[in-house]
Design a protein around this ligand. Structure first.
Ligand code: ATP
Ligand code: SF4
Length: 324
């Protein structure tokens, strides 16, 4: 398999302009995704995961400003391409709420036909319908003809999420950004959608940026996991390494929060303390006011993301040369 990075993010920083200031939502983030690889971004709400997903998909809201960085996809800088008003067809995003993609006033067939027409430049109605039915079959939707003619309210939550994934696949993307695609589903449906995404990865060689607050879900689907806190990457490793040997105190807290019981809509348990104020992020370690292992240096010097062992990086003074 070709292991050249498909996506490379370099030193990306994104702010949101708000009344009286700005939210520094993503700061100096760098990582890459190889062809056919699933990389999970994991962290609590507000850690900057969705902002990165939206930036890659070219769908940031109006008040977002990219302060620095590059997003290189298949060798091209997406930010430069966007500035030239070029459409990026090779990256599609799946949101947690199908309502973000499906308009209740239109049938599923009308929505997917529109996407196929505009992205693939197909005009023939029969050809468009055939393409739609093909992707419905790909996501294992029963009775594709009925689905094509249905309105969103006529379908179950699990079916709707399959429809949304099918719409994304209809443009033949190289990469899927899945932003909490299973959060609104119960545990059984969640497992089914994860299985489906894994099958699609195997069958189509699809690369994925999978965004989740749940480290347990990330370990099931991800080849690699990137842990984010307060807009920064604090740890990055293969899923196996990260789960077997978490290094960063924040990752260790997340591990303790993996839901162990099959509770409907189970979410992370609460980590003591509050998420950082991103209008004015801490100068030293971003986790220092919640960390049980905090040292004097942590409050004044920001720890850099450094290689701890092969393919395992961590940003924490506990692992710097002086402290080892
Ligand atoms: P969640 O799981 O809740 O979506 P997240 O990790 O994906 O969290 P983001 O949605 O990327 O985090 O948000 C990062 C920070 O940016 C948060 O502090 C959030 O409140 C803020 N933010 C997000 N969108 C906007 C916006 N349009 N305007 C102002 N602030 C925003
Ligand atoms: Fe905790 Fe210090 Fe490591 Fe930050 S740098 S996570 S405060 S030990």
């Amino acid at each position: 398999m070709n292991r050249q990075p498909l996506l490379q993010i370099e030193d990306l920083s994104i702010d949101y302009i708000i009344v009286g200031g700005s939210i520094k939502a993503v700061r100096n983030v760098s990582f890459s995704i190889n062809e056919g690889e699933v990389v999970c971004l994991v962290g609590e709400s507000g850690s900057g995961k969705s902002t990165i997903g939206l930036a890659v998909a070219g769908a940031l809201p109006e008040n977002a400003i990219i302060r620095s960085g590059k997003i290189i996809f298949q060798g091209k800088d997406l930010l430069y391409e966007k500035s030239k008003n070029k459409k990026i067809d090779n990256v599609m995003i799946v949101f947690q709420d199908p309502a973000a993609t499906l308009n209740p006033l239109f049938t599923v067939g009308e929505v997917i036909s529109d996407v196929i027409r505009s992205h693939l430049q197909i005009r023939d109605k029969g050809e468009i319908r055939e393409k739609a039915l093909e992707v419905f079959r790909m996501v294992e939707l029963p009775d594709p003809d009925r689905i094509f003619n249905s309105y969103p309210h006529e379908l179950s939550g699990g079916m709707l999420q399959r429809v949304v994934i099918a719409i994304s696949l209809s443009t033949n993307p190289k990469m899927l950004i899945a932003d909490e695609p299973t959060t609104m589903l119960d545990v059984t449906l969640q497992a089914q959608i994860l299985d489906l995404l894994l099958n699609l990865k195997k069958k189509l060689g699809l690369s994925m940026l999978f965004i989740t607050h749940n480290l347990g879900v990330a370990s099931e689907i991800g080849d690699r996991i990137i842990v984010m806190y307060g807009g920064e990457i604090v740890e990055e490793a293969s899923s196996k390494d990260l789960i077997n040997n978490p290094l960063h105190p924040y990752t260790k807290s997340l591990m303790e929060c993996i839901p162990r019981t099959h509770i409907k809509h189970s979410r992370l348990k609460h980590i003591p303390g509050t998420v950082p104020d991103l209008r004015n992020p801490l100068k030293g370690c971003i986790f220092s006011d919640r960390c049980s292992e905090v040292m004097d240096i942590c409050r004044v010097v920001k720890p850099l993301l450094k290689e701890y062992s092969k393919n395992h990086k961590v940003a924490c003074h506990l692992y710097s040369e002086e402290e080892k």
